[in-house]
Design a protein around this ligand. Sequence first.
Ligand code: XLS
Ligand code: CA
Ligand code: CA
Length: 470
Amino acid sequence: MAAQEEFFEGISKIPYSPNAGPGDVMCFKHYNAEEVLIGRKMEDWLRFSVCYWHSFCGTGADPFGSPTFHRPWNKGTPMESAKKRLRAAFEFFVKLGVRGNRLTFTISYTKLIVLCLSPVTFCFVFSQVKYYTFHDRDMAPEGCTLEESNRNLDVITDLALQLQSQTGIKVLWVTCNLFSHPRYMNGAATNPDCHVLAYAGAQVKKGLDTAKKLGAENFVFWGGREGFLSVHNTDVGAELKHMANFFKMAVQYKEKIGLKCQFLIEPKPKEPCKHQYDYDAMSVIGFLKHYGLDNHFKLNIEPNHTTLAGHSYEHDIIMASVFGMLGSVDSNTGSPDLGWDTDEFPMDIRNTTLVMKVIIEQGGLQPGGLNFDAKVRRESTDLEDLFIAHIGAMDNFARGLRNAVRIIENGLIAGMVKERYSSFSDGIGQRVEDGSASLEEMEAFIMKNGEPSVTSGKQEKYESIFNHYI
Ligand code: XLS
Ligand code: CA
Ligand code: CA
């Protein structure tokens, strides 16, 4: 049998080299997958995932310029290059470090043989990235009919299944591209024409079948064109109801086929629409609760979308988590000085520390993960840049994790916050806390106790202490 083509020539498996120098960017200096922190391996806190669309379908084109990337897998017919792209992606996952790259050996350990009467197998697994994410249409090309598109997807996902079982790499989430094809220009689940909504429904049905086939742990809905450009031609109330009913159909089908994955909605305020219904975490949570869907969905928060909504980087991570709805994170960043979705690799240690603190406090992200929905810059044209970007971001999250662990284990900030709210631990405060207080009681309390004293919020003190850990 002919040897498989190698796409990332000259790059071997990325090692963990904690003492490497500053110029050595092709190794992990902080991410040590097997290391245990607060009772869990780093890889299980971080659950890294590589996204298919930016890293393997991205061309470097922007609205003002042509493609700048020349990827060796873009050769042949669309189906031929889809297969090459998939093989290249798995080569990348393996070289970045995955489950499949394991060293297994058996030793006969005499004392244990006496006890167990059998040799003992020791399996050392060096794992860094275990997961990937994809849209149906970036995995396989759209055909002229739904049947042809589905056949294309079947062929490519047969190969994906084979590569997954060879390497141990798994699907973090699948999503359907319900925004690129011209038929979706006025939306998918919120399209004013039910014929288009039906097409989207048929596509999601196949997407859910694909999620089941590949064992996806989550399924994402990103409503890129679920919104409007003009209120004059839009029946907002009808569109929101149609979207809720569309999600109900998806829940029904998921249950019918016994698909055991978490449904996620990914908020984004705008782009491509002027206004998108899934504006931010709180809008989505309100929508889900209003339509009785909140038990079936969680949120996939992308910080670049959060900042586009006018919030700070960590805002929606915190809001979703507080409501028990933080399911997964599309770990990227924007440029605070730009008003669009630049999908950059997350390289700021302050941000990863804040995100990891929330994730630890909610007990982890599983079955979600940290998916790098991020693209190398148009000017970063070398294949090596794809590795450098992922390694840098993974190391940055590993540092964020270590910082967050120190903040939590040290307990100084938590103690200060607890003290700040201590008036709610007894008396009238406790009754407010448990919901048994009344306005009459508030009035009687003030009549007796008068003006509250002024208490410093100590923001700069908190910030100085936080900076000590990063
Ligand atoms: C676009 C979104 C998209 C979703 C998946 O801005 O980030 O890529 O994550 O459709
Ligand atoms: Ca995203
Ligand atoms: Ca994005």
